[in-house]
Design a protein around this ligand. Structure first.
Ligand SMILES: [Fe+2]
Length: 378
């Protein structure tokens, strides 16, 4: 093997990819169904509708620990080993050690830039300065809406010196071409969440302009309470959206970069993640080879049944039944056998942790049999 293995590795019966990277999520929102009466003018009325909904009450009957556990399975079953949980550190600090997937730890943040933002983190200028000093990401929603304040988000953030190489700017739905050129010039990254954007606004960012201007674009699911069920669904939605908006197909290789090396760069983790390469962490997604010969097309159209195995730092998170006897006996007690419902039919596989117990706890918490697509155990 060569030193640099940036591309998917093509084997006889399967293809190996770096573990996927979900660049934007709020893990505490891992619940269903989606809530909303859009299209809205900004994220705020959606947030008000969510927080006054019966479903929000229902979700609050679960412990945060259980919701975080659900969120790990949601990521695993779409090949994700690393996720950005955009939330104040205090919310998830107790879950970082016990998480099956990697949750980004080092970042500064704002919720967004308007006068009606949620108060996350310290003052914007303090968070921005800290991110620069520590060379860690500064993450914020930006222009998540079409009201006058949202539309001025880029300009306001730039005045606060908040658009720079470590900035991870999420949504950007009302960014003008001038805004996009500024973001490109400042070498900031952007996270595209088309499903959430369409659900809330019936529109999304001018993604072709972001790509053409050379912005480091990443893809994220956002919370499933506005966005996609998982990253596989987001990839499929992104392809349909691009085709609908521009009448041509988005490059599968580019989409693949948006879920691997681009977010690794955006979150300053490209020395460890984003490619299969000597010296990097052993996060590996193995998909079953099918008639689809192009490895990029294969991964951007994948579903759970295509996953043969998923590894994070050399530890299996998920594997199909046939691999059970090939793994060291000492580790097998860490997995439960599950029969999963997927688009292509039923799968028998092993999942890390105690997914059956988690399902039981969810049902006990809400006092009825709650079906959640994230854990499609039959
Ligand atoms: Fe978000």
């Amino acid at each position: 093997m060569g030193k640099s293995l940036n591309n998917p590795l093509d084997f006889k019966n399967c293809i190996a990819y770096p573990g996927l990277f979900n660049a934007h999520d709020h893990l505490l929102g891992t619940y269903l169904p989606r809530v909303g009466r859009g299209p809205y003018l900004s994220w705020k009325p959606w947030d008000d509708d969510l927080k006054t909904s019966d479903l929000y009450q229902e979700r609050s009957m679960l412990t945060n620990a259980h919701i975080y556990q659900i969120s790990y399975y949601r990521q695993i079953l779409s090949g994700v080993t690393t996720v950005c949980d955009h939330i104040p550190h205090i919310v998830h600090k107790d879950f970082l050690g016990g998480s099956f997937v990697r949750i980004i730890k080092e970042y500064c943040l704002a919720h967004e830039i308007s006068s009606y933002e949620l108060k996350w983190g310290d003052d914007h200028k303090v968070e921005i300065e800290r991110a620069k000093k520590k060379n860690i990401p500064f993450i914020t929603h930006l222009e998540e809406g079409f009201d006058e304040e949202s539309k001025q988000g880029t300009e306001i953030l730039h005045r606060k010196k908040g658009i720079f190489k470590n900035s991870v700017l999420v949504h950007c739905v009302s960014c003008s071409l001038e805004d996009i050129k500024l973001i490109a010039k400042q070498k900031a990254s952007m996270v595209w969440c088309p499903n959430s954007n369409y659900y809330m606004f019936n529109q999304t960012a001018k993604i072709k302009d972001f790509i053409e201007q050379g912005v480091n674009v990443c893809l994220g699911t956002d919370s499933p309470m506005s966005g996609s069920v998982n990253l596989f669904a987001e990839l499929q939605f992104a392809q349909k959206t691009y085709q609908k908006l521009y009448g041509s197909k988005i490059s599968p290789k580019l989409l693949f970069k948006m879920i691997t090396i681009n977010p690794a760069k955006a979150f300053r983790l490209d020395q460890q993640l984003g490619t299969i390469e000597e010296g990097k962490l052993a996060d590996i997604l193995i998909l079953k080879k099918s008639k689809e010969v192009d490895p990029y097309k294969k991964v951007v159209n994948a579903n759970t049944e295509d996953i043969e195995m998923l590894w994070k730092e050399g530890v299996p998170l998920y594997f199909k039944e046939e691999y059970y006897s090939k793994l060291p006996k000492a580790i097998l007690q860490n997995y439960e056998k599950v029969c999963l419902e997927s688009k292509g039919g039923k799968i028998t596989a092993y999942l890390i942790g105690k997914p059956h117990l988690l399902k039981k706890k969810i049902n006990e918490s809400v006092n009825f049999k709650k079906e959640l697509e994230f854990i499609p155990i039959i």
